[in-house]
Design a protein around this ligand. Structure first.
Ligand code: MV4
Length: 495
């Protein structure tokens, strides 16, 4: 087993990884930026080292500083979490050079999966269905016109170095193609450092469904079923669930085995996700995420498998702790990402101090977070406060528990997207499982429902935070404070 793990990340995922380390009895250390001095993950860590100023480019993305720290403290492994350096092949290579185990696939495989055109080829070879599209990068407008004529409009142009939707352009007819191609190449070059793009048939309102895969160092690959992640806004997932209400057991096992087999044959090691679009009962490969994902807890809730502990076992060279035959999907789990943002003001981030904070609990509820009452969310990173996960014996119970938990959640000091989640949980189409990647923009009533929920007045969370119970008393105290201030002022000025 690994001897000491440095966690090259922050927030809830740093806490999540450290919890796994504690259960495995492996010492761990945190690195943090100057903005994270008071963060929960720094307090939780047995050992923590400041590696630089608040901007990620000067701390969490500083490869040399992180490697240097790992060597200094005698860590034999680094867990990268998600985001930051998690899918940076140069970071994985630097770990390999320093003889530190990067908890994830090799730098070579990360680079392969990061090249979306190359990843498509790997999947095609393994027999995984792709969205109809180009086999190679496209740069010549004449060739693009000819290729798209075969596929048919609409199409979507995607940067090969990208992923997650950034810089993608939908093209609905041949007159738009030349300009869209040029524009997407420019965006690709500016965002990802190279201008390579590829073209796919554009599917209207597909579901986004992904399979969780684990591959050990010997190449044994299993899948833990799928997650449905269709509820997203501007390429940011907001609600994820497992299993998908649209996938039947036969499809699950066929696609899951295919996804696991493909990663296994590509020399992948560790936890990974194979993303698909799902439309009219068909799966179409999108991309591979070579990391643990934000939404991994819903899979843990329905399978009982601790994905982070499996990552650490795999990195230690141990076999998976479970076999394919032992995996069973039990019940249903939903995750809501609770963000510090103003749902009524275009979801702008609202970092700030959590004056009161009481998270829900009880049967079937899990909260993964990196905050506490009195903590100030810094403005330099993402605005996620926590992940609220509800498990139920079936989807209806999971939704009922999520509604109850959202109602219990006390967060005072910053606005949150909890009203948005409440509106989705009581949405008829959502409860029927009729969702797609354009759900939010298509549900015109959602914003109105949210406004009504906010205006409704006293909620269970208000009562739990003594907001309205003590309203009169709080008002009296405020008035007394004003009078005292006036008296002090009069005394000073002699007025
Ligand atoms: C697509 C698609 C339709 N057809 N690919 C990929 C990453 C994910 N976050 C969004 N992606 C999409 N890929 C094909 N072949 C639709 C989306 C998509 C989308 C694309 C561009 C802008 C906004 C979007 C919102 C939801 C889904």
């Amino acid at each position: 087993m690994l001897k000491k793990i440095l966690i090259a990340n922050r927030g809830e995922i740093a806490v999540r990884v450290m919890r796994a380390c504690r259960e495995l009895d492996i010492p761990c250390a945190a690195v943090y930026s100057e903005a994270d001095q008071d963060a929960l993950f720094v307090k939780y860590a047995g050992e923590a080292h400041c590696i630089g100023p608040a901007p990620a480019s000067q701390s969490y993305l500083k490869i040399d500083r992180i490697i240097e720290t790992a060597l200094q403290i005698g860590a034999d492994a680094i867990h990268p979490g998600y985001g930051f350096l998690a899918e940076n092949n140069e970071f994985a290579a630097a770990c390999e050079t320093a003889d530190i185990k990067f908890i994830g696939p090799s730098s070579k495989v990360i680079a392969l999966m990061g090249d979306k055109v190359a990843a498509r080829a790997v999947m095609a070879k393994a027999g995984v269905p792709l969205v109809p599209g180009t086999d190679d990068c496209v740069s010549d407008p004449g060739k693009a016109q000819a290729l798209v004529a075969k596929i048919g409009y609409p199409v979507i142009i995607k940067p090969s170095g990208g992923g997650g939707g950034i810089g993608m352009t939908v093209v609905s007819n041949e007159n738009e193609l030349d300009k869209a191609l040029k524009d997407t190449q420019t965006i690709a070059a500016n965002t990802f450092g190279f201008s390579d793009v590829y073209i796919e048939k554009y599917l209207p309102n597909p579901r986004h469904i992904e399979f969780q895969v684990l591959v050990d160092a010997k190449g044994n690959a299993i899948h833990l079923g799928e997650r449905e992640c269709s509820i997203q806004r501007r390429h940011q997932k907001l609600i994820e669930e497992s299993p998908s209400p649209a996938v039947n057991p036969l499809q699950r096992n066929q696609m899951g085995d295919m996804a696991a087999g493909a990663l296994g044959s590509a020399g992948y090691e560790g936890a990974g996700t194979v993303e698909f679009l799902f439309s009219d009962g068909q799966f179409y490969f999108l991309e591979v995420n070579a990391r643990v994902q934000v939404e991994h807890p819903v899979t843990e809730m329905v399978t009982g498998v601790d994905i982070v502990k499996e990552q650490i076992r795999i990195a230690s060279g141990l076999p998976l702790s479970i076999s394919k035959e032992q995996i069973r999907m039990n019940g249903s789990a939903i995750e809501c990402r609770i963000n510090a943002e103003d749902a009524l003001n275009d979801f702008v981030p609202t970092p700030g101090k959590l004056q009161r904070y009481l998270h829900p609990g009880g049967a079937g509820i899990r909260v993964d977070s990196g905050v506490y009452a009195g903590y100030t969310i810094p403005p330099h990173y993402d605005s996620m406060i926590s992940k609220l996960i509800a498990w139920g014996k079936d989807r209806d119970e999971a939704i009922a528990r999520m509604r109850r938990a959202l109602d219990e959640y006390v967060i005072v000091g910053t606005s949150t997207n909890i009203p948005f989640h409440m509106a989705v949980m009581k949405n008829l189409r959502f409860s029927q499982g009729k969702i797609g990647t354009h759900f939010i923009e298509n549900e015109a009533g959602l914003m109105e429902d949210m406004r009504a929920l906010i205006d409704q007045g006293q909620t269970l969370a208000d009562r739990l935070s003594f907001k309205s119970v003590h309203k009169g008393r709080v008002a009296a105290l405020a008035a007394a404070a004003v009078v005292t201030q006036m008296m002090v002022h009069q005394k000073k000025t002699g007025g």
